[in-house]
Design a protein around this ligand. Structure first.
Ligand SMILES: [Zn+2]
Ligand SMILES: [Zn+2]
Length: 287
């Protein structure tokens, strides 16, 4: 597909937003097509991504999609393809700010219990003592800017973690610097910082919150790798401090499932129908 004014407009929007839900990106692209009175045959979004990426290639940028670790929503992010260092952020941040950000990534990647998050008060103190910022207020402003620019997530309970943008844009750096600490989701193969680990220590299987929620209940509540019961899985990530009670809801789901199957031994119900009910219940309980 030829690179048109619609693609140019769409790219400008993506550059402004940096990381946005794919549904929103698709709407923006449709608006760009209308605004430029483009041909109906050019309406395919995936083709548009490919066309924009050909245009971005010479300047080492690319549109990439990533799945949100908790909601599973597909996101579109503009990333550097020469992502071997955080230096790519240098256009927006000073050298000392980059050092502070690298330090923060280290705190997150090496956090206690593999939770990939750090409490905000501890973070402010820690970065202040680096001496890269003159006061704690300046550190706070810097952290706010990282959140605004989508480099960092701040959870409801006040924990900093890596954002979708950071994970997709800095993945080469993260994999090289923190190969010891990093896990990839067994199911979707993306980096996982918010999820669940197999209760069997020598298994090491990790799943995103979203991937576990989708897969585990319809696969006998077992680890996809070693088939150990997943009921005692270890939940990790910043969301574990939010009181979202994902674990409780899933234990409740499996309890209800046992009760249901015990009370209706002659049921002709098919597997798919049962799952639909379970997922709905799980959602209700999480809200
Ligand atoms: Zn996954
Ligand atoms: Zn396992």
């Amino acid at each position: 597909m030829a690179y048109t004014d619609a693609h140019r407009l769409f790219l400008q929007n993506c550059l402004l937003e940096r990381c946005l839900p794919q549904s929103k990106a698709e709407q923006i692209f449709q608006k760009c097509l209308s605004a430029t009175s483009s041909d109906q045959t050019e309406r395919n979004f995936q083709d548009a991504i490919l066309t924009v990426n050909v245009a971005l290639d010479p300047i080492n940028l690319e549109l990439r999609t990533i799945q949100d670790e908790i909601s599973g929503e597909r996101m579109v992010a503009i990333v550097n393809t020469k992502g071997d260092d955080i230096a790519q952020m240098a256009t927006s941040y000073s050298a000392s700010e980059l050092n502070a950000f690298k330090h923060l990534i280290k705190l997150i990647m090496t956090a206690d219990d593999g939770n990939f998050c750090v409490a905000s008060t501890a973070t402010i103190n820690d970065i202040y003592h680096l001496g890269t910022h003159g006061s704690k207020l300046l550190v706070q402003e810097f952290l706010k800017d990282l959140v605004r620019s989508q480099w960092l997530d701040l959870s409801a309970a006040g924990y900093y973690s890596l954002s979708n943008r950071s994970i997709v844009d800095l993945q080469t750096y993260l994999k090289e610097e923190y190969s010891e600490c990093i896990s990839e989701c067994f199911l979707c193969k993306e980096i996982v910082t918010k999820g669940e680990r197999c209760p069997r220590e020598d298994c090491g299987t990790a799943l995103h919150v979203y991937c576990a929620r989708k897969y585990i209940p319809v696969h006998r509540n077992q680890c996809p790798s070693c088939h150990t019961s997943w009921v005692e899985s270890q939940v990790f990530g910043s969301q574990t401090f939010d009181g979202t009670q994902l674990r409780q809801s899933r234990i409740e789901v499996s309890r209800q499932r046992r009760q249901t199957s015990a009370s209706t031994p002659d049921s002709n119900r098919e597997e798919g129908e049962e799952v639909e009910v379970d997922e709905e219940e799980a959602r209700d309980e999480e809200e």
